[in-house]
Design a protein around this ligand. Structure first.
Ligand code: XMP
Length: 509
């Protein structure tokens, strides 16, 4: 299998570079800049990409690398810091500019280059640097410039070494994707043999080697990530895998049964379902504050889950469905708590494992979904919308009761059913019902009613940081409203939330 090495010098977009390469059907792996040259030589890479980094090449505490890497006969592409590093290694002049160049900048291509095939003479690129190459090293020619950067791209075509000051991996660089494609295909001679099947085969082989004859425990939430991790592990080690699925009674209608059926019938594993709805309801009795509810649900979950794991009493491995964006979010430090979200599972001190396994830690969400489809996970699960850890607990405003859960589950199931029937399911990032716990007056036949209100929330968004309310066709809304008020005995009114984020959040709590 052809492989590209992304040599990590500490830049923030390293995973994105690897991902863009994989999008072009070439496998990319990321290794730290401390990887010995011998390992790199032995791995027979088709090409090497030096990433950006936050440092200056003058600072000897910054990550450097032996300049012998430029003589391995393997094509190299340096990006940002990686670009300056190549200039510095090869004897060019790197200087610190009085002002940084930051943002979208116009690039002018001056020389023909295989790296710039099918890229117009002028295009927009994304820059973020203070140091710059004042003079290219001997044997290198300047290929492109910007108004403030005399060497925005350079090449030593004979040696297959290329360097760009801008970031081709971010979408703000208009032809960045084309540039990476050119590096892979025109410079490195890749054929593009990598598909998700190769990822699955490789990961399964790696998991088998790592796990050996030991056992693995995975906390299965029924969400996309843990489901795909479960399916991968099942393929790798079958019955050595035990999935613990905790049903806290706050899932959508019939969801617990669906998860159980899927994993017990389609995959080879031990499956343990722990039903602890009652316990959660008792702990939540009388609690109305959203953060307190989250905290209680989190604590109850922690206790119930780890009690079950202790019962298993197996010092094998512990697996998690962590995906790449979780790794960045977990490492981000103390952003203000707008709402507490959970990614990686916390672990009690008294539970010990041989190690943690995170088979999806390098993948982005859509890659995880593709792996899931290949592994035969049902579409409903693979394409499942995000569902908050505290479940319906944050969609019932005020105190949570068994009756309110039932009402919300029924209303939400109707909404999902109508959206699916009308082919609208995949159009939106997220849609669901909320039970605000407000009673309003209505009329049914000759009777006055005083019953619950249901709100519909539906959003379009790319990243959930901002969102717009979805323009669901009125006919669908009318049908949903009609069915909810007819089929849910204690609901007499339905409203549609038309608030964007900000100022509203997606969830109501
Ligand atoms: P908000 O409401 O913050 O939602 O605009 C953004 C996305 O995050 C999900 N969300 C949560 N997920 N635990 C989670 O695991 C939570 O407490 C939580 N709160 C919100 C929400 O469903 C949306 O996709």
């Amino acid at each position: 299998m052809e492989k590209i090495l992304v040599l990590d010098f500490g830049g923030q977009y390293n995973q994105l570079i690897a991902r863009r390469v994989r999008d072009h059907r070439v496998f990319a792996e990321i290794l730290p800049y401390t990887t010995p040259l011998e390992t790199i030589r032995a791995n027979k890479y088709k090409g090497i990409i030096f990433t950006g980094g936050p440092n200056s090449v003058f600072d000897m505490a910054s990550p450097h690398y032996s300049k012998d890497i430029l003589s391995l006969g393997i094509p190299v592409l340096g990006i940002c810091y990686g670009c300056q590093l190549i200039a510095w290694m090869a004897g060019g002049t790197v200087k610190t500019a009085p002002v940084s160049e930051y943002g979208k900048i116009e690039l002018t291509v001056k020389q023909p280059s295989p790296l710039f095939e099918n890229i117009p003479e002028k295009s927009v690129v994304w820059m973020s640097h203070t140091d710059y190459i004042a003079a290219a090293p001997e044997g290198y020619e300047v290929v492109a410039t910007t108004p403030d950067c005399p060497c925005a791209a350079m090449q030593n075509e004979k040696k297959g070494i290329y360097a760009v000051q801008f970031h081709p991996e971010v979408t703000h660089s208009e032809y960045g994707n084309q540039l990476l494609y050119n590096f892979l295909y025109a410079v490195c001679g890749c054929k593009g043999d990598w598909v998700m099947d190769s990822f699955i085969e490789d990961t399964v082989a790696k998991l088998r080697r790592q796990i050996g004859d030991k056992n693995v425990i995975l906390g299965l939430s029924g969400g996309v990530d843990s489901s795909v991790a479960a399916a991968l592990l099942s393929r790798a080690v079958g019955k050595q895998l035990t999935c613990v699925f905790l049903d806290q009674g706050l899932m959508r209608k019939d969801e617990g049964d669906f998860v159980e059926n899927t994993f017990t019938t389609l995959f080879d594993m031990n499956f343990i379902r722990v039903n602890c709805g009652e316990q959660f309801l008792t702990a939540l009795k009388g609690v109305t504050d959203p953060e307190e509810k989250r905290h209680i649900i989190g604590t109850e979950f922690f206790n119930a889950f780890w009690n079950e794991i202790r019962k298993q009493n197996d010092k094998g491995y512990f697996a998690q469905g962590t995906i790449y964006p979780d790794c960045i979010e977990s490492g981000k430090g103390d952003a203000d708590t707008i709402k507490t979200h959970h990614n990686r599972v916390k672990m009690p001190d008294d539970v010990e494992f041989l190690g943690i396994i995170e088979p999806l830690a390098d993948l982005f969400k859509d890659e995880v979904r593709r792996v899931g489809e290949r592994l035969g996970i049902p579409k409903e699960l693979v394409w499942r919308q995000p569902f908050p850890g505290p479940g319906l607990g944050v969609r019932i405003i005020g105190e949570i009761t068994a009756e309110k859960i039932k009402t919300l589950q029924e209303a939400d199931a109707i909404l999902r059913d109508e959206m699916a029937k009308n082919g609208y399911e995949r159009n939106l990032a997220q849609f669901f019902c909320v039970l605000p716990g407000v009673k309003t007056v209505g009329v049914m036949g000759d009777h006055r009613t005083y019953e619950q209100l249901i709100a519909i929330r539906a959003v379009t968004t790319d990243d959930f940081m901002t969102a717009d309310w979805a323009r669901i066709p009125y006919d669908i809304l009318a049908k949903v409203s009609n069915r909810i008020t007819n089929e849910c005995p204690n609901v007499n009114r339905v409203v549609y939330d038309i608030t964007s984020k900000p100022p509203g959040t997606v969830e109501w709590e």
